[in-house]
Ligand binder design. Structure first.
Ligand code: PLP
Length: 499
């Protein structure tokens, strides 16, 4: 179908577009307030004023005291810093942290690290909506427990936890409570006093702020020690010259939070319209997000029978950004841990799309998304060829007209060898390679797990390549199908293209 291609951004849980005011503040401070806030002269004092003003703004936004705010490099750092500091404070007298299986990887991986140091991590199960099972949580907090770690809102499903109720339990049991509030800020009210948490973490780029700046709330009197040692910045809790321009940008983003919250009901209406529209197109659609009381902007949707890698690539071809699970997981072939924890099979997880709107999403964006999704779901043929692993046999591989383009990342190439005769190029810089990709051959794009190759193939199609296809399921699927051929031919005559 012929349609005007538009750019529609529906991946706001991955990151958001910085607002005009944020860009203005970041630029202003970068240009005019370059002094080191720790120095004494006037230029430095100006920078220190920017820093302390921003601290006040964030503190007011979440109802904390300015002294309880510590700026960090990102929320991943905040999560790591708190988990490691609190563990070091209590270990070995107390050993247990209770958490949920649907936390962000920056929590789960930090906990894995701590487990190797002797910390015992207990996972409280969640129900099919992703909500913590309170009675289980209570049961898991034993005499060895020092911390409960539970995110406020989930990045993949938008599930919002009853942190207030969890705080009642942790207070009664005498343990500390930490909550990753990254996805909650700007979408639902965040009041750290009302929530009753000891620790909370935040990230600017999820609320139209700059990337590379995060913060942690550490309630007065709660144990804390630095993850990064060095100077005395941030009350000695986070060394390193403060990123004043990013901090000013974070504050500008916080100042817009009340406006974002006021627009949240409109965002929810648009999201509901999008889900309803999809239900009309695909009645067996499964909504994994809570229907009413989740984040206003997030819909996790499973489309039975539809491969999300192809869906995402098709949407990308038409200018729409959406994701499978979280952005952090799109390079991996493993099914999302969040989706499997709420009861989806690995197959259902691979049929799942996450749509996340923002207060900037317009009605026409939703209409365009629905029109594009309808065409795909109702079977408009992909403009490129889908090559099943079984089809890519020795004959096709050795055919003179076949050109295998391997767009895998370096670390994937170390795990699996490439197809014989493949030309290696970077997925990220693909446009730089166009002169070296012949237009008179049958191009088959390959990647590791089947997510990057359809996107690349469709990009080549946009660049007017005639015969383009991609390997369904990537090298992982191909090796499973052709074990013997892999042993015989993989890695032979592979050439890295130069840019
Ligand atoms: N926590 C949650 C729930 C997130 O969604 C994210 C970002 O994806 C993070 C933590 C990490 O944030 P940052 O990118 O600032 O490290």
């Amino acid at each position: 179908m012929l349609r005007f291609r538009r750019n529609v951004y529906l991946d706001n849980n991955a990151t958001t577009r910085p607002s005009k005011e944020v860009v203005r503040q970041v630029t202003r401070v970068l240009k005019s307030h370059y002094g080191n806030p720790s120095s004494l002269y006037r230029t430095a004092r100006d920078s220190a004023a920017v820093l302390e003003e921003a601290r006040k703004t964030l503190a007011e936004t979440i109802n904390a005291a300015p002294e309880e705010i510590i700026f960090t490099g990102c929320a991943s750092e905040s999560n790591n810093a708190i988990l490691k500091a609190v563990s070091a404070h209590f270990f070995p007298a107390k050993k247990r942290i209770v958490t949920t299986p649907i936390e962000h990887p920056s929590v789960l991986a930090a906990l894995q690290h701590l487990e190797r140091q002797g910390i015992n991590v207990a996972f409280c199960p969640v129900d099919p909506q992703g909500l913590v099972r309170m009675e289980e949580l209570e049961r898991l907090i034993d005499g060895e427990t020092f911390l409960v770690c539970c995110m406020y809102a989930n990045n993949e499903t938008g599930t919002v936890q009853d942190i207030g109720r969890i705080a009642e339990i942790t207070k009664r049991k005498g343990v500390l409570l930490m909550s990753d509030c990254v996805q909650a800020l700007g979408k639902i009210p965040v009041d750290v006093r009302q929530l009753g948490v000891n620790y909370a973490t935040f990230s600017a780029h999820k609320i139209h702020g700059p990337k590379g700046i995060g913060a942690m709330y550490v309630k007065e009197g709660s144990p804390m020690s630095p993850l990064i040692h060095g100077g005395h910045q941030e009350q000695g809790l986070r060394a390193g010259t403060e990123s004043t321009h990013n901090i000013a940008g974070f504050a500008a983003a916080c100042a817009a939070v009340p406006g974002m919250l006021a627009r949240a009901p409109t965002v929810r209406e648009l999201k509901d319209r999008l889900v309803e529209g999809l239900r009309e197109i695909k009645p067996d659609l499964r909504l994994n997000s809570p229907a009413n009381d989740g984040l206003p902007n997030t819909a996790s949707l499973t489309f039975p029978g539809i491969d999300n890698a192809l869906f995402i690539a098709y949407l990308d071809y038409y200018g729409i950004a959406a994701s499978a699970g979280s952005a952090c997981n799109t390079q991996e072939n493993a099914a999302s841990h969040v989706l499997t924890s709420i009861g989806l099979s690995a197959e259902q997880a691979r049929q799942t799309l996450r749509i996340s709107l923002s207060d900037e999403t317009a009605e026409r964006d939703v209409a365009y998304f629905l029109q594009t999704a309808r065409d795909f779901i109702q079977g408009e043929p992909m403009p490129v060829t889908i090559v099943a692993p079984g089809q890519l046999d020795e004959n096709l591989l050795t055919n003179r007209n076949t050109f295998i383009l391997d767009v895998r990342f370096g670390y994937d190439r170390k795990l699996l060898k490439s197809l014989p005769g493949a030309r290696e190029a970077s997925f990220v810089f693909i446009k730089k390679y166009l002169k070296q990709i012949p237009r008179d051959k049958n191009i088959i794009v390959i990647c590791q797990g089947g997510y990057n190759s359809p996107i690349t193939a469709l990009y080549l199609k946009l660049k007017h390549y005639r015969n383009v296809g991609f390997l369904l399921g990537g090298m992982l699927a191909w090796k499973l199908c052709h074990g013997a051929l892999y042993d015989k031919l993989a890695g032979k005559d592979v050439v890295r293209l130069n840019v």
